[in-house]
Unconditional design. Sequence first.
Length: 397
Amino acid sequence: ANSISRPKGYRVSWHYNPAVENHHFGQTHPMKPWRLTLTKSLVLSYGMHTAMDTYIPRAATKEELAEFHKDSYVDFLSVATPQNIYEMYPELAAGPTGYSSAIFGVGDDCPIFDGLFAFCATYTGASIDAARKLCNKQSDIAINWSGGLHHAKKAEASGFCYVNDIVLAILQLLRHHPRVLYIDIDVHHGDGVEQAFWSTDRVMCVSFHKYDREVFFPGTGPLESTGPIHPDNPGKNYTINVPLNDGIDDEGYAYLFQNVVEPTIKTFNPTAIVLQCGADSLGHDRLGCFNLNIRGHGNCVSFVKSFGLPMLVVGGGGYTPRNVARAWAHETSILIGADKTLNPDLPEFMPHREAFRREGFTLFPNLSAWKKDNMNTRADVEKIIRHVREQLAYIRG
Ligand code: ZLV
Ligand code: CA
Ligand code: ZN
């Protein structure tokens, strides 16, 4: 049916194994793999796959996961099932529902569900595959919408994330790339990636997020958190945090994003960029509190792409599935250079079209009109930009 010509002068690859769609965190859990089904449906129905190399990557192996994660944690993930978890760890049994204490971070946010290991190995396999295609220059921009699970730690699941596919992908990139810039526009702080590369000057981590230490998960990522304090530690100043209040809009976010990202790229001089595109920073997200529209979110992708560096693009959070799919389909079109020509009206014939009925069958519904006022003042934004510029004065690319 539809087809889109390949971008001129660069190659884009799409890494997706639909096996991720077979897994569910539980009926009431906000993380819905269904958003990936809807994203795929839009990408294919618009014909965007014809402009990319598409790969169905194999699952990551235990050995591959152990390049970052602790062996005992990988072993645990590979054997734990809803059936055997209480036998293996009786201390987890709290009562009829839930777990009492956290073993490897397992609990209500990170339940043990059927096929958990296959799910983790599948989304991670796609990020590792994407990174390898960038390393051997078979691709200039590699996309894995099923990845981006930025909270996972070396031996701990956290915030819906079990295996940190981003860390594993960056470790692949570091085999060929001297400096990797990580940028995270998920509404939550990218704490797992930050922690993994806290003490190195080869990876610079930049996260934009809602910050409220007491009430908003994970409670880390203040402006002052810029790496280790010790003057001899190479990671000092190689972390940038952009803490935000509720309700930031397209204009404020674009201004901040450009004034943080551009000087960071010019100073750090990365040879590759990893962009985490968590879509819970959109307005109307079930867990988020920002006010971005699909175009406002996508402008971050366009801006990063404009530097022309090898790019790994991953998904992340996003809890209103139809809007997640709209954002990631739009961002796919940006990455293949087709955003100006794509019809904003959704294809007339496509699987699951009904899921998009509520806001009208458009890629760009108005997501600004909702409960959150913008609590970020001009002074807050200028303070952040000033702080980042002062910080960057300490580093050399
Ligand atoms: O989008 O959770 O607030 C990347 C990502 O960044 C918490 N968790 C922790 C602290 C105490 N718990 C709450 C436990 C609740 C367990 C289930 C929910 C269930 C229904 C609706 C909302 C939640 C929920 N959980 C909302 N926020 C949380 C956070 C974790 C957020 C992870 C974001 C992941 C994929
Ligand atoms: Ca973030
Ligand atoms: Zn998030």
